[in-house]
Design a protein around this ligand. Structure first.
Ligand SMILES: [Zn+2]
Length: 218
């Protein structure tokens, strides 16, 4: 039987991580997020794990070679015998070449949760945090009193990652990295494009419908 591999793409704030989790539960396919795999490897405290820790502490990117070795191992794990869902991998053309080489002629599709830059800025730029751990959004989940936490009365602040300049940089990086990948999936007719500007449950329904239309049972 052919295996099913689904690869999620989308900008920060698109909700693709949440969608990947929900689809993983529905399709009973395990989910690979490179971030999680790297963390897991570090926790095991293997030689490779120590090496990764050192690279990350220095603020450098983990090399393709290391990421690929970890992915290879994960692909052959027992729970991956029907296929797998990817979140955050492949991130560049080298990783893409590696993965498509590995997956060969199985059912491989990319799911793009498409959200405009304007919407990403609105979503991320409106987020407010409290030191107690509570999170708010100026539009979607505002505090009762502007700038003050409902739970602890603390003063709300903006996470560094959510500052306009940082959001703009993250978006720029996203476009640079992902456009060649989107182009590849489009040309090989394996791109499933979803309107990520809708609410979570609509996005979810659209993803499931389009996957069923490919003849994949959910
Ligand atoms: Zn608080």
């Amino acid at each position: 039987m052919e295996k099913i591999y689904l690869i999620f793409l989308g900008p920060p704030g698109s909700g693709k991580g949440t969608q990947a989790q929900m689809l993983s539960a529905k399709a009973k396919l395990p989910i690979i997020s490179t971030g999680e795999l790297l963390r897991h490897e570090q926790e095991k405290n293997t030689n490779k794990g120590k090496m990764i820790k050192e690279i990350i502490v220095k603020g450098k990117l983990v090399s393709n070679k290391i990421v690929e070795a970890i992915i290879n191992k994960r692909l052959t794990a027992k729970d991956a015998n029907k296929g797998m869902i990817f979140d955050g991998f492949p991130r560049n053309k080298n990783q893409l070449r590696h993965l498509t080489g590995k997956l060969g002629k199985n059912n491989v599709y990319a799911i793009l949760v498409d959200v405009s830059d304007k919407e990403v800025k609105r979503r991320l730029g409106g987020r407010r945090m409290c030191a107690c751990g509570a999170t708010y959004h100026l539009k979607y989940n505002p505090p009762q009193k502007s700038g003050i936490c409902d739970l602890c009365r603390g003063k709300l602040f903006i996470r560094n990652d959510d500052r306009p300049k940082v959001i703009a940089d993250r978006l720029k990086l996203y476009h640079q990295q992902s456009e060649p990948l989107i182009d590849y999936w489009l040309k090989s007719k394996r791109l499933i494009k979803i309107n990520g500007g809708q609410n979570i449950s609509r996005v979810r329904k659209d993803i499931e419908k389009k996957i069923r239309n490919l003849g994949i049972k959910l």
